[in-house]
Design a protein around this ligand. Structure first.
Ligand code: NAD
Length: 260
């Protein structure tokens, strides 16, 4: 059954990983998809995949931390389809993985800008378009947003992810009067490319005494990292009327990794 026929969704970070899988899942449910991402070429490939499902899609090449470009993206979607029902505020980076004593203010701003300022913008810009008919916003936080175990060197990332949870709860409270629901998801390790360019290699980690054990294999439920498709199923549920009484919730999707 198609739960999202006639709906329009914005997916940030839609060109890869969790964003891509979710864009495809929402499209399978019938929603038109706007992919908002820095990586335009990769986003164009996802757009093609969506169109092969017989669903309309568009791409806007945007830095999610830039208020003007984000506003232009939303305008573009509204001009194109005339409505907005779903926002998946998902784009994010690990940023520099460094102990606090080596982290610079620029590193900090880069991570907080991409992960947290972007979330504020994604929610704020949705309000005028969801005010009348309601809507659903899902924010990708992380288990790092609710606990910090095994996240040494990720102070900026964890702060941004915890900030997303706090901001999302405030947004849920403020926007309930418009029937705009806002929920946060907290994935554990999910198989995507996110860590590839940011994690120092093992030797480097030992040198700076960051005892990161890579979490793959440490999820009690399946003893392996989750998949973007498993996260997409959760976002699809939270985006649909099946979750009509859920707002301001923080849902872990981590095979019990956060309980270790
Ligand atoms: P990914 O790297 O595959 O996808 C991230 C996407 O965001 C990419 O398409 C990238 O181009 C885009 N992006 C990055 N910076 C951007 C910017 N400034 N403007 C626009 N787009 C930008 O990684 P992923 O794992 O799918 O990450 C998605 C979200 O999930 C992130 O918020 C991440 O923190 C969160 N998360 C991931 C995991 C995991 O283990 N993979 C765990 C917990 C939370």
């Amino acid at each position: 059954a198609k739960n999202l026929s006639g709906k329009v969704a914005i997916v940030t970070g839609g060109s890869s990983g969790i964003g891509r899988a979710t864009a495809l899942q929402l499209a399978k449910q019938g929603a038109k998809i706007a992919l908002v991402d820095l990586k335009e070429e990769k986003a164009e490939l996802v757009k093609k995949e969506i169109e092969e499902l017989g669903v309309e899609a568009l791409v806007t090449d945007t830095d999610v931390s830039d208020p003007n470009r984000m506003a232009e993206s939303y305008d573009h979607v509204l001009e194109h389809w005339g409505r907005l029902d779903i926002v998946f505020a998902n784009a994010g980076i690990n940023g520099k993985v460094e102990p606090i004593e080596d982290l610079t203010a620029e590193d900090w701003d880069q991570t907080l800008g991409t992960n947290l300022r972007s979330t504020f913008l994604a929610v704020k810009l949705a309000i005028p378009h969801m005010k009348t008919n309601g809507g659903s916003i899902v924010i990708t936080s992380s288990i790092n947003g609710t606990r910090t175990f095994r996240s040494f060197g990720m102070s900026a990332y964890s702060t941004s992810k915890a900030g997303q949870v706090a901001f999302g709860k405030m947004a849920a409270l403020e926007l309930a009067r418009y029937r705009i629901r806002v929920n946060m998801i907290c994935p554990g390790a999910i198989k995507t490319n996110i860590g590839q360019n940011t994690f120092p290699d093992k030797e480097e980690l030992e040198k700076i005494k960051i005892p990161i054990e890579f979490p793959e294999g440490s999820q009690p439920l399946e003893h392996k990292a989750g998949t973007p498709e498993q996260v997409a199923d959760l976002v699809s549920f939270l985006s649909s009327d099946l979750s009509s009484h859920i707002t301001g919730s923080v849902i872990h999707i981590d095979g019990a990794e956060s309980l270790l």
